[in-house]
Design a protein around this ligand. Structure first.
Ligand code: SF4
Ligand code: SF4
Length: 269
């Protein structure tokens, strides 16, 4: 996956022999010329099953991202954004929402986008973990048979996962800049999150608190969008009735990233 992302970003995978005639620092004019010659990345926005909160968070960035969205990328596909029904080839597909297994149109669209996109990004918790759509059981206007919603990684290969209910405007802006700059250090956690689709507040209890890893920082309680996490005697307590399975508490927890298997192996515990 790393090689795919680097290839998309035009980054070298092998170091080149240094040529003393090549200048280390390009002039402003040279940078502008390269920017003009390099084709703009083609972006598609696909909206499956969700509440549209993710795209609202994206538009919160309008002041920051306006020059980027209007001058540096081409938006080639997206309901309400582009007047086009067929799915074109694209470099990056931002997919909002989980996919409904009874919705043939959504399944077909998701699979076709996967074939035509260089990078697929699960944008927001519904696409990444299923979030509250996991609770959906039909009754949606004229679609009573729609009752099974799953993260998109359960159906197609995903390259980056950006959970959040919705992702904050700051995270979105920083990720866009990181992708365009090829900042792999910033993107690595999002690559690691791709397989993390079984999110729940109980992960905190089982994988952090019960493992004696919790430091009582309260980050989980502050990050929960439904205020399902409370702090009692310095430890988190999850109210399962309020949890929408977005996974943010576990992802934001500074102790959930500890390599427990490695620690157990090294210490013999
Ligand atoms: S407890 Fe809150 S933050 Fe954690 S998964 Fe549930 S809703 Fe999301
Ligand atoms: S974020 Fe993690 S370490 Fe901090 S209180 Fe919650 S479970 Fe404990």
């Amino acid at each position: 996956m790393l090689a795919r992302i680097k290839e998309f970003l035009g980054m070298e995978t092998k170091p080149e022999a240094k040529n003393p005639e090549i200048k280390e620092v390009a002039s402003e004019e040279e940078v502008e010329k390269v920017a003009e010659e390099k084709p703009k990345p083609k972006i598609g926005y696909i909206h499956l099953s969700g509440c549209t909160g993710d795209v609202i968070s994206l538009t919160e960035n309008y002041d920051i991202l306006a020059p980027l969205l209007t001058e540096m990328v081409d938006i080639v596909y997206g309901q309400t954004l582009v007047d086009r029904w067929d799915i074109p080839e694209m470099d990056i597909a931002l997919i909002e929402g989980s996919v409904c297994l009874q919705d043939e149109h959504s399944l077909k669209e998701l699979k076709e986008v996967r074939e035509k996109a260089g990078l697929v990004v699960a944008f927001g918790s519904c696409a990444s973990t299923g979030c509250f759509t996991r609770y959906s059981r039909g009754g949606q206007q004229a679609q009573p048979s729609h009752e099974s919603f799953v993260p998109i990684a359960d159906v197609v290969k995903v390259d980056l996962s950006m959970p959040g209910c919705p992702p904050s405007p700051e995270i979105i802006a920083k990720t866009v800049v990181a992708v365009l700059n090829g900042d792999m250090d910033y993107l690595q956690p999002m690559m690691d999150l791709v397989g993390y689709t079984e999110a729940c507040g109980c992960d905190l209890q089982l994988k952090v608190v019960n493992q004696a890893l919790c430091i009582g920082c309260g980050t989980c309680a502050m990050s929960c969008p439904t205020r399902a996490v409370g702090m009692t005697d310095g430890r988190p307590e999850v109210n399962g009735d309020r949890c929408v399975k977005c996974g943010i508490c576990y992802i934001q927890c500074p102790r959930s990233w500890w390599p427990m298997e490695r620690i157990k192996k090294d210490t013999g515990l």
